[in-house]
Write a protein that binds this ligand. Structure first.
Ligand SMILES: O=C(O)CC1=CCC(=O)O1
Length: 264
């Protein structure tokens, strides 16, 4: 169990792979913890150093009082990577994790040398929807929103499997204040202009059945970065690393090869 004490927040993180391996960092989505990557990691090349963490208000990390700003979430990632002396990582961000990825690449190009923007966008939803979600959670708890969230997270076929219930449990066990705090951060974020200025190897990944960040939205954000690539995973919703881990891992492996990660 590893924890980075960053002063105003304590972040739970986990590292797999050799200590001298080129770093690959994962940031997960709203309502999930670092176990989101459990099925993908064993399928990736063993020579890299895989770092994943629970963002503030999620998983085993501490729960600062909300609302949070995207600036704070990006700063947490930045300070965690400084704490771990990480430079030149490949940063994989899914959904709000992909927003953190964009913000970090804009701020700290020394830390990030390539990006995977998975099921994310420069702007997700509209502030009114996020405010409504925050209100519902404050009044009734996350449970009140669990069914529509499952519909965005997973394809219809996956929602009929026993595994889906486990992911629902993960959602329900996140602290409501942490979840709502991150909703506020998403609500206030529009990275269209800063992301348009990024120049680094980028791969966009979308899920055909994603109800939160549909394929065209992910494609548009990815296309803001010249030379970027885009891949659509079929039979997957917002969390293709859960529904199609083999295809997801194959994409990351190919991108690691294409970018020559760790070889420069
Ligand atoms: O809508 C959802 O619950 C999915 C989602 C949006 C942003 C994020 O991180 O997850």
């Amino acid at each position: 169990m590893q924890i980075a004490d960053l002063g105003d927040v304590q972040l739970h993180y986990r590292i797999d792979g050799p200590s001298d391996g080129a770093p690959v960092v994962f940031a997960n989505s709203l309502g999930t913890d670092l176990r989101l990557w459990d099925q993908v990691l064993p399928l990736l090349p063993p020579r890299f150093r895989y770092i994943r963490y629970d963002k503030r208000g999620h998983g085993l990390s501490s729960l600062p009082s909300g609302p949070y700003s995207m600036g704070a979430l990006v700063r947490d990632a930045e300070r965690l990577l400084d704490h771990l002396q990480v430079r030149d990582c490949l940063f994989v961000g899914l959904s709000i994790g992909g927003m953190i990825a964009q913000g970090l690449a804009v701020k700290r190009l020394d830390q990030v040398r390539a990006l995977v923007l998975s099921n994310t966008a420069a702007k997700i939803g509209i502030p009114e929807q996020w405010q409504e979600r925050i209100q519902t959670i404050k009044t009734h708890g996350i449970e009140a929103l669990a069914d529509p969230i499952m519909e965005r997270w997973f394809s219809r076929a996956f929602r009929n499997t026993p595994e889906c219930a486990l992911w629902r449990n993960m959602l329900l066990r996140q602290p409501a204040e942490g979840y709502a705090g991150c909703c506020a951060a998403i609500s206030g974020t529009d990275f269209f202009t800063p992301t348009s200025g990024l120049r680094l190897p980028t791969l966009g990944i979308a899920g055909s059945d994603d109800g939160a960040t549909p394929p065209d939205l992910v494609r548009e954000t990815t296309a803001l970065i010249p030379g970027s690539k885009f891949h659509l995973i079929r039979k997957a919703g917002h969390l293709p690393c859960v529904e199609q881990p083999e295809e997801y891992a194959a994409l990351l492996t190919q991108f690691l090869t294409d970018t020559g990660h760790g070889q420069i």
